[in-house]
Every structure is written in structure tokens, then in C-alpha cells.
Design a protein around this ligand. Structure first.
Ligand SMILES: Nc1nc2c(ncn2[C@@H]2O[C@H](COP(=O)(O)OP(=O)(O)OP(=O)(O)O)[C@@H](O)[C@H]2O)c(=O)[nH]1
Ligand SMILES: [Mg+2]
Ligand SMILES: [Zn+2]
Length: 287
């Protein structure tokens, strides 16, 4: 039978197939071939054993999920305050994996002290200001998600689970809010989980703190600038063809930053990622 992995915990997977769920384990053969199973994987399974992973369209290492159409980067205007470095990193990783990122500015009922929406609305990413608590703006977002496979990612507490509840009330997820009422302390999503939504799926993912978020994986740093869509018009204008857009002479990207055409925070985060990635050592490029 064929199905899609919607949950995985401790080697036990839930596979959805024709409206029914099945508890499965990965067959030994999968492990031997170092095939890690991801939520979102389409698989062949039989008698509670996953035999085969069907070819993936893409796989996002963080949050770990396969076969996405889009990644929704969720930012709260405050509580917690946005961390633009993690936002930009998520966007870069998503672009690198061939998943289209978009932005959700949640908690529109709160102040926006860092004025983050102004940074991102000019970049060419779709942006959705919403209030998951009141449902404001959720309808526009819902139509954008129809028929697609979308995961929500972002810092812990930005409201990803609350947002999922607002989009699809019949799925009701536990959120920080609900469990506070039950006096069980703050609930936080622990694992990636996929929910059927119309013809598509929505994935809730555990939030991360800035510290947990490692470097940009094995992205070749010469590709990095290409993952900043707003740099695109300037990339061919630099004096050096292999310009890294740092201190090089006549860098068109740096000029665009100085002229206010590229947000300074995006440029600074580009430089920071560039440094962080470092040149790839030979053994890191081996498949
Ligand atoms: N003021 C306000 N609070 C919100 C809004 N949306 C969510 N919250 C609150 O933010 C807190 C965290 O919400 P969650 O949905 O659990 O956040 P999360 O992103 O799923 O967190 P993790 O599962 O830890 O990653 C809860 O107390 C929510 O009630 C909103 O639009 N406005
Ligand atoms: Mg959550
Ligand atoms: Zn340059």
C-alpha cells in the first residue's frame, strides 16, 4: 500500500493511506541504507512495515519534513520579539531546498517595536499579517494554503499551533494557551506533525530557540547571495564577477544597501551567514 508519513516518534511512524492511519515501523533495509524517514515522506508499506520511500521532491533538514510546497515562517510582532537572523536563515535554507518561503506576521494585536513587516514586505515574499487569537487575516492565509503542503516554522511561542487551530478549527492542537488554563504549564509542540487540509496538508513543527539553530548546513557560500531574492537585480552589476558582496571594490549589492534599496538587516545577516558557513572542506562536499 501507498501512504504518507504524518507523524514519527521513536522509530514508530503513523502512515495515512486512503483516509485511514496505520502504525508502522521502518524496515531494517531502510536503516541499513541510511534512509532516514521524514514526516511528509510518501512510502510503500505492508503489515506495519515501511518498505520503500518514494522519490522526494525536496527535504527540509530543519524543521525536518519532506515534500513541501511552501514553508511559512511565523514571526510574532512581539512576545517573543522577532529574531531576524533566524528568519533570514530559515528563508535561505528553504530556498536552498527548493521550498517557497512566505512570511506570517502573527499577533497583530500587539505592538511591532522592530517594525519587521516593513523589512520583508519589499522583498518579493508573500506576507500575511494575522492575529491567530482573533482570527483577523486568517481567511486570506487559508486561501493561500489550499491544495498545498505547507509547514509552519518559527521561534517557540510565536503562535504556530494557535494559527493552525485558527486555520483549521477541526484539527485543534494543544497550544501554550490551552494548557495554561489546565494548569499543566506551558505546552509546546514536541514533534513535526502533518494534518490533512483540503486537498493538501499543514505541518505544525516544534519551535526552536536561537541557540538551537545551527549553521546553514552544507550550503556552498557562492550560492548564498542567490537565496536573497532582493539581491538579484544587482548581482550582475558588481565589479568582480565572483564578488562576495563584502568589502570588494564597486559592489552593487553594498551600494543598493547604502541607497536603501536592500534592507540593512538582510545584508548584515547575509554577511553573518557567509562567515558562518566558511569555505567548504573537501570531506563536507562528499555525498
Ligand atoms: N496576543 C496574542 N497571543 C497569541 C496569538 N497567537 C498565539 N498567541 C499566544 O502565544 C502563545 C504561544 O502560542 P503557541 O501556538 O503555543 O506557539 P507555538 O509557536 O506553537 O510554540 P511552540 O509549539 O513552542 O513552537 C500562547 O499563549 C498563545 O495563546 C495572537 O495572535 N495574539
Ligand atoms: Mg506549537
Ligand atoms: Zn558585490
Amino acid at each position: 500500500m501507498e501512504g504518507i508519513v504524518i507523524r514519527g516518534l521513536g522509530g514508530l511512524y503513523t502512515v495515512l493511506s486512503q483516509g485511514e492511519t496505520f502504525d508502522c515501523r521502518g524496515r531494517g533495509g531502510l536503516k541499513r541504507n541510511r534512509n532516514i524517514l521524514y514526516v511528509g515522506d510518501r512510502v510503500e508499506f505492508e503489515n506495519g512495515a515501511i518498505e520503500e520511500i518514494l522519490p522526494r521532491r525536496n527535504v527540509l533538514p530543519r524543521p525536518p519534513v519532506a515534500n513541501l510546497d511552501r514553508l511559512g515562517i511565523v514571526i510574532a510582532r512581539s512576545d517573543p520579539l522577532p529574531n531576524l537572523y533566524t528568519v533570514d536563515k530559515l528563508a535561505v535554507i528553504s530556498e536552498h531546498c527548493g521550498v517557497k518561503p512566505f512570511l506570517v506576521f502573527n499577533k497583530s494585536d500587539l505592538d511591532d517595536p522592530l517594525n519587521v513587516s516593513s523589512v520583508y514586505s519589499s522583498l518579493g515574499y508573500s506576507c500575511f499579517p494575522v492575529c491567530a487569537r482573533t482570527g483577523e487575516g486568517v481567511e486570506e492565509l487559508r486561501s493561500y494554503l489550499m491544495g498545498k503542503i505547507t509547514a509552519f516554522a518559527g521561534l517557540s511561542g510565536v503562535g504556530k499551533s494557535t494559527l493552525l487551530n485558527a486555520i483549521a478549527p477541526d484539527l485543534v492542537r494543544e497550544t501554550g494557551e490551552i494548557s495554561r488554563k489546565l494548569q499543566r504549564g506551558k505546552h509546546t509542540t514536541r514533534a513535526v506533525e502533518l494534518f490533512p487540509f483540503g486537498d493538501g496538508f499543514l505541518a505544525d513543527t516544534p519551535g526552536f530557540s536561537e541557540l538551537e539553530f545551527g549553521p546553514c548546513g552544507l550550503i556552498d557560500r557562492s550560492l548564498l547571495a542567490g537565496y536573497f531574492p532582493e539581491f538579484e537585480p544587482y548581482l550582475t552589476e558588481c565589479f568582480f564577477r565572483d564578488c562576495a558582496h563584502g568589502r570588494e571594490k564597486d559592489c552593487a549589492v553594498r551600494r543598493a544597501v547604502e541607497e536603501g534599496k536592500i534592507p540593512r538587516s538582510r545584508y548584515e545577516n547575509y554577511l553573518r551567514m557567509y562567515e558562518e558557513i566558511g569555505p567548504l572542506r573537501p570531506w563536507e562536499t562528499e555525498k
